[in-house]
Design a protein around this ligand. Sequence first.
Ligand code: C2O
Ligand code: CU
Ligand code: CU
Length: 498
Amino acid sequence: AAVAILVGQQTQVLQYTARLLQGPKDTLTEIAGSYLGPIIRLHKGQKVRILLHNGLSETTVTHWHGLHVPAEMDGHPLYAIASGEKLVYEFEVLNRAGLNIYHPHPHETTAKQVYHGLAGALVVNDDEEAALGLPSGDYEIPIVIQDRLFDAQNQLVYVRHQHDRMMGFYGDRILVNGKADFQLDVDSRAYRLRFMNGSTARIYKLGWDDGTPITVLGVDGGLLEQPETKPYMMLAPGERLDVWADFSGRPEGSQLVMRSLAFSGVLPSMGMMMQRGGLAVGSEYPIFTVKVTRKVSDSPKLPHTLAKPHRYAIADTANPNRPVPIAITEAHMAMLLNGRSYAYNDVQDSERIPVNTVQLMEIFHAHGGGMGMSEANPKQAADHQNGGMGMMGHGMGGMRQGGMGGSMGMMMSMAHPIHLHGQAFTIISRTIATGNEEHYATVRDGFIDNGLKDTVLVMPGETVRIIKPFQDFKGVFMYHCHNLEHEDMGMMRDFLVV
Ligand code: C2O
Ligand code: CU
Ligand code: CU
């Protein structure tokens, strides 16, 4: 199927919309009355051609977040096109079923373009999922959550003061599918809600206001083996969540509110307080309301088993004792990965990955961090990899931020949603450094590590080990913080698959 998208039409000073030009009807769905791009629906195995027409007055390129496509089709900023130019993407859908994202990826302007509306959902279906008969059509609802700031004329405002660059930009209105005060009218039956955090920086702790637990069917990389029930779920920028929401048995006229619940530690305490309009990060506020408007007698049943996600184990990796490092450094006016800011053609030894291998990787906070407290140490990443660390990371204490040793740095530390392009990864462990437990306790029950992920929220003091395959395609695949303000200030690097 051919899908064509026109990007552009700066209708307002800064309102970018992805508009459908043409395409088979079932492939593209516009979200009525929303600035979000149309939902693109694809099937596993399908060959796709997408025409990107840059109607903006600035450079752009589109990335298929979550899709396993060749490097030249991945929307790397290297392939960004100027105003008025066209770019043709052609790829085969190799992914299993899942909710993915398409969004711009030009270096240093990704956040601004996403903020102004240039993003949408890309849904992949497959036979494994279809066989389950999960709620679909009117009963499968995208929930794209974004925060925005409006001026007196109701136009989007995006300004970046130094503070916004370091902490991320936060709006004071929560939009769902591009609408404020979103209300979902439902029948009294089960629904499939497909969440995506499309905010540039805001992290949510999703919970139903009446305490109903959240039943999770899947995460970034598609369905879990079986549903999992959680009291709440954390959702960081770039992450997705597939939720079973059963409203059967609820009376007509009744309401249920999805809220962001209280949590702490994702921003330095100063940053937490300075957020706009009472919508401080980690404070409680509503996200959307569900209203039961029709009583029905039939509802599908939650399946006991869902799918077979292909999860990797240490034994599959090429480097069981030498994890590829992804070191986070919060430096003086900079956010770095492996001690470096983004630059083209700057691939370091630890970033060179042999094709068709499966790699153990470790994401951790580098020692000596702390915004404005110290300079970055580019040597750390190399030291880390040469350190020959043991399976659980013992003996690395001296090099990482943790304990009381880095107390100043730790106090200034923040959470980062780390995203890797290409195939989804398996999370195998999370370790939290001493001194961070109290904040961590407010979020720790909101992670599901049993599925396949492409973005993982790494809390202050946390070390996350993942296993990631690099199959089929050589070339550059990015890894970066999905706090888009961080990404734009250079918290982004390339892996070169060779
Ligand atoms: Cu969703 Cu490289 O990004
Ligand atoms: Cu991506
Ligand atoms: Cu970050």
